[in-house]
Design a protein around this ligand. Structure first.
Ligand code: ADP
Ligand code: G6P
Length: 475
């Protein structure tokens, strides 16, 4: 059965989450994370459908429009949320693909749920796509969908984009279902990754795990008449113009000034903005700041750190533990170094609207991005896009995808606490002239490579590849 849409995006999450209000009514809230930040402005301009989960267990709501996007919900039961979402997606794949920072769990019941739920997403996408449509599958939760979709609908042009890293084969090899995952992905015509290194890791996994002839980002499938799948990097980005404009608004600038006043106008404001996730290196950041306070490099009267941490995956064991560790650490730092007048770390376990985020970015002299591993890290790009005043210094982990592009940031290895402390001090002491020069170059890069360009180049590459392959199969 074919549907009406020429372009269908399939992602685990819809751009909005269903929220049950205390009075029993239902409302919608923007979903967390970088995938939604990036894709929402793209889909607002396209006349397509977005197939995804509405964020709560139970029967799915009817299709609806939100923020200018057609949303088609897929339902997950309580048990599937546990096994497919919290289990296989975020207890197995997420840690495995992020350098096994915590130990992945391997459970057959989680895998079975993953297969079943991927089938459901494939079915839902097939129902929305018109004859010959483009279906663009997103991220690690749905790696089997390309193959399942191709079986149902060989007429489609199928793209896949992996928002997170793809690990080196030596790590990926741990996965008991590694061949099935590779086969699932290879149902696509084009597989996009954040960095060239991720695309290389994938191509190597195809050779090593599945014995496929694969080189220079091309994987040949002899069992399918020599069909070729392309794997390449397409670094994702943000809607630069929209954020630039937002941060220029008078009310946002006034709010940034108010934030600094409310902090007691310290000389230095440092900022961290993350989902509360162990990949983000929040504890490493806090440790460096604590040591700077301990050894007098930074004084509590002069510097405040704001740490905004969006609640995330709150029932997954390692996230419960991380939250405890962060809260204990913040409590200790403030207990030791705070005064009646000055708080060292302002820890905010909330999510905020776009205006408030832009004001926070504008209020911060130093932005700390200390991820231990991150596919891209859009927060780094958002900070840059907000700084039309060409002020502020970005401290950036070399283990983010963004580090490949943002060479004028102060690069750090978050495991090297002394190096991180030195970089923070260097950022705090940097002359406005040097900071301005660096920020101008960063803004040029992000401004020239925004999310519209990312989507256009992926979709163009997909169309080109699909056309070439169709010509080969006819010949
Ligand atoms: P990830 O996708 O792993 O969460 P990214 O840095 O790529 O990491 O994207 C995070 C997105 O979530 C950014 O758009 C960021 O602005 C947004 N975000 C993070 N924390 C908050 C918060 N507390 N309130 C609102 N938005 C947030
Ligand atoms: C990252 C992932 C996304 C995910 C987001 C939020 O950006 O790449 O796929 O949606 O985090 O995580 P959540 O588990 O809340 O969807």
């Amino acid at each position: 059965m074919a549907g009406d849409y020429d372009l269908v995006v399939v992602a685990n999450r819809l751009p909005v989450d269903r929220v049950e209000e205390p009075d029993g009514s239902t409302s919608w809230r923007r979903s967390p994370g970088g995938l939604v930040t990036a894709l929402e402005p793209v889909m607002q301009r396209e006349d397509g459908a977005w197939v995804g989960w509405a964020g709560t267990p139970g029967d799915p709501p009817e299709p609806f429009d939100a923020e200018g996007v057609r949303c088609v919900p897929v339902g997950l039961s309580e048990q599937e949320v546990e096994d497919y979402y919290e289990g296989f997606s975020n207890g197995t794949l997420w840690p495995l693909y992020h350098d096994v920072i915590v130990a992945p769990g391997y459970h057959r019941s989680w895998w079975e749920a993953y297969v079943r739920v991927n089938e459901r997403f494939a079915e839902a996408a097939a129902e929305q796509a018109t004859e010959g449509a483009t279906v663009w599958v997103q991220d690690y939760q749905l790696q089997l969908v390309p193959r399942m979709l191709r079986r149902r609908r060989p007429d489609l042009s199928i793209g896949f984009f992996n928002h997170i890293p793809f690990p080196p084969f030596e790590i990926f090899a741990q996965l008991p279902w590694r061949k099935a995952v590779i086969d699932g992905l290879l149902g696509a015509d084009l597989i996009g990754f954040q960095r060239a290194a991720d695309a290389n890791n994938f191509t190597r996994a195809c050779r090593r795990a599945s014995n496929l002839p694969a080189r220079s980002g091309r994987i040949r499938l002899d069992a399918e008449g020599g069909r070729e799948v392309r794997a390449a990097s397409f670094p994702i980005s943000i809607d630069f113009a929209a954020l630039d404009e937002l941060a220029e608004r008078e009310d946002v600038k006034a709010r940034a000034a108010e934030i600094r006043r409310d902090l007691g106008n310290p000389e230095h404001v440092l900022l961290g903005v993350d989902r509360l996730d162990y990949t983000k290196g929040i504890l490493h950041r806090l440790k460096a700041f604590e040591e700077l306070l301990d050894d007098g490099g930074v004084k509590v009267e002069e510097a405040s750190l704001i740490q905004v941490a969006t609640p995330s995956r709150e029932r997954v064991e390692q996230y419960v533990q991380l939250r405890q560790d962060v809260e204990v650490t913040v409590g200790r730092i403030n207990g030791t170094h705070g005064t009646i007048k000055n708080t060292a770390v302002h820890y905010l376990h909330h999510s905020y609207g776009r205006e408030e985020m832009a004001a926070l970015f504008l209020a911060a002299d130093v932005m700390l991005v200390t991820a231990l591993r991150d596919g891209m890290n859009l927060v780094a790009k958002e900070y840059v896009a907000s700084r039309h005043d060409e002020r502020g210094v970005l401290v950036l982990s070399e283990f983010t995808g963004a580090a490949d592009e943002l060479g004028q940031a102060l690069m750090i290895n978050p495991h090297d606490i002394d190096g991180l402390k030195d970089a923070i001090l260097r950022a705090l002491r940097m002359s406005p002239r040097e900071a301005g020069r660096r920020m101008r170059s960063l803004r040029r890069r992000v401004g020239d490579h925004d999310v519209q360009r990312w989507a256009a180049s992926f979709l163009q590459a997909l169309a080109d590849h699909h056309t070439t392959e169709a010509a080969v199969s006819v010949a």
